[in-house]
Design a binder for this molecule. Structure first.
Ligand code: GTP
Ligand code: MG
Length: 436
């Protein structure tokens, strides 16, 4: 970041990565009950639900985001998701689709690791029965680590010699090597600091390199587990085993397939359904004036069993929660840029808080300005009440998260001022407008 945050969806073949992507976005990624259905990565926009600034000022009725949507103070902010090819044991050595898949992941800021807890696919994603998915979690993490580690091993002698010759710090040397993964200096520093008793870099053996890379992975790819296919009868026992073995990992139980199905029924006018909740209403629940289509007995049965097997048992299909948890790991701050800091409007019109962009907590006001306004020279930044905000202040939830930037008038004033008037930045051009 400052580019938009990106969440990678990883896991072995056929665990349900593409289904998870489809369940969270408008994407229609190909899904199949055989390994390597996905080869090229699928990128799509999901929406993160958070409390909107409009609710702080009682302006819910006037809130009309340019991207995403806001419903009674709950805002759905776009966030990018990347579904990649399946990973099998040995991928870091090139097995399966190997390194190609791993390279696609470089720019992910957090990972959703999808685990098939139904036990119906083996480590390579082939159909089977009674498979124990417990080991899938560790080897997948190991493959990602080995991918990074092998790249270091190949050149370690040179890296170490140059490190000594140039009298670089550990952070400088590692940053140069790990920059390709989008690692900032701060990230590398945080990773290095978290390894106890770390000797000087030139004394590292393979074990120290492994420890450092593990620490780096924790910082660069914070991971949430999506224990998927909970609708399957064998899922329960596997879920319990995983939770016992990994008590510190964030686990969310999901049924991506159920979510895709419910969203489809909603689009077809059969049900009312708010994603992320357990509430599904049908024609039978709401009566003939509800505007919903009546369902045939087969469809009714299917909805009933979804209620029993997933919604009432687990509280939801889990996919919305898994995205929320992944975003939490990123520690994101929604920053609202407005033209008029008194009214929170975009300059023209009555609508407020039209633009909201996600930044990592600790991002400076000047980095926000650069990301939103591009290369124009900023004269000043104002916060709520028109108070001047220092460019090196940082953004936090509720503090410096509503900003208005004034640009320095220059030769092409009119054009720049117009860009400023939008107060909304270049990043938006990449996003798709969400029609609700
Ligand atoms: N029962 C059940 N099946 C699911 C669920 N999610 C996905 N599946 C099924 O699992 C199979 C694989 O799903 P995909 O989404 O293509 O899996 P993938 O991980 O993207 O697979 P690759 O692209 O081959 O790596 C399909 O038959 C899906 O219908 C779920 O929540 N429950
Ligand atoms: Mg796929």
């Amino acid at each position: 970041m400052p580019r938009e945050p990106l969440i990678g969806i990883v896991g072995k073949p056929s665990c349900g990565k593409s289904t998870t992507l489809n369940s969270l976005t408008d994407a229609n990624a190909k899904v199949g009950a055989f390994p390597f259905t996905t080869i090229d990565p699928n990128r799509a926009t999901g929406y993160l639900k958070l409390d909107c600034a409009c609710s702080r000022y009682g302006k819910e009725d006037l809130c009309k985001p340019n991207y995403g949507w806001c419903e009674q103070g709950k805002r759905h902010v776009p966030i990018e998701l990347l579904d990649v090819a399946g990973l099998i044991p040995g991928a870091s050595q090139g097995l399966g689709l190997g390194n190609k898949f791993l390279d696609d992941l470089r720019h992910a800021d957090a990972l959703i690791q999808v685990v098939d807890v139904s036990g119906t696919t083996d480590a390579e994603g082939k159909a089977t029965r009674g498979y124990d998915p417990l080991e899938d979690i560790q080897w997948l993490q190991d493959e990602i680590r080995l991918w990074i580690e092998n790249n270091l091993h190949k050149k370690w002698n040179t890296i170490s010699r140059r490190h000594v010759a140039t009298k670089s710090t550990t952070v400088e040397t590692l940053r140069a090597q790990l920059g390709g993964y989008g690692a900032s200096k701060e990230m590398v520093a945080k990773a290095v600091k978290s390894v106890p008793n770390l000797p000087p870099l030139e004394k590292w053996d393979n074990e120290w390199i492994t420890r450092v890379v593990k620490a780096f992975m924790n910082v660069k790819f914070p991971t949430v587990l999506a224990l998927n296919k909970i609708d399957h009868p064998d899922a329960d026992k596997n879920v319990s085993k995983i939770m016992l073995k990994y008590p510190k990992m964030t686990c969310v139980l999901t049924s991506a397939l159920t979510e895709v199905f419910l969203r489809k029924l909603k689009d077809q006018g059969y049900i009312e359904y708010e994603p992320g909740t357990e509430f599904v209403d049908t024609y039978d629940d709401l009566g003939p004036d509800c505007g919903l289509k009546p369902m045939d007995p087969v469809l009714k049965d299917r909805v009933e069993s979804i209620r029993d097997l997933v919604l009432y048992r687990f509280g939801s299909t889990g996919v919305v929660q898994v995205l929320q948890e992944a975003a939490k790991k990123l520690d994101l701050v929604p920053v609202y840029t407005v033209r008029n800091i008194q009214t929170f409007t975009g300059g023209h019109g009555k609508y407020v808080f039209r633009d909201c962009t996600l930044f990592k907590r600790g991002t400076s006001v000047s980095s926000v300005a650069r990301a939103i306004m591009g290369e124009v020279t900023i004269a000043s930044a104002e916060g709520v009440g028109g108070k001047r905000v220092a460019m090196d202040d940082i953004v936090e939830p509720g503090k410096n998260d509503i900003l208005s930037f004034k640009v320095v008038p220059g030769k092409d004033d009119a054009k720049k001022d117009d860009e400023g008037a939008k107060g909304e930045g270049k990043t938006d051009s990449k996003k798709t407008k969400h029609k609700k």
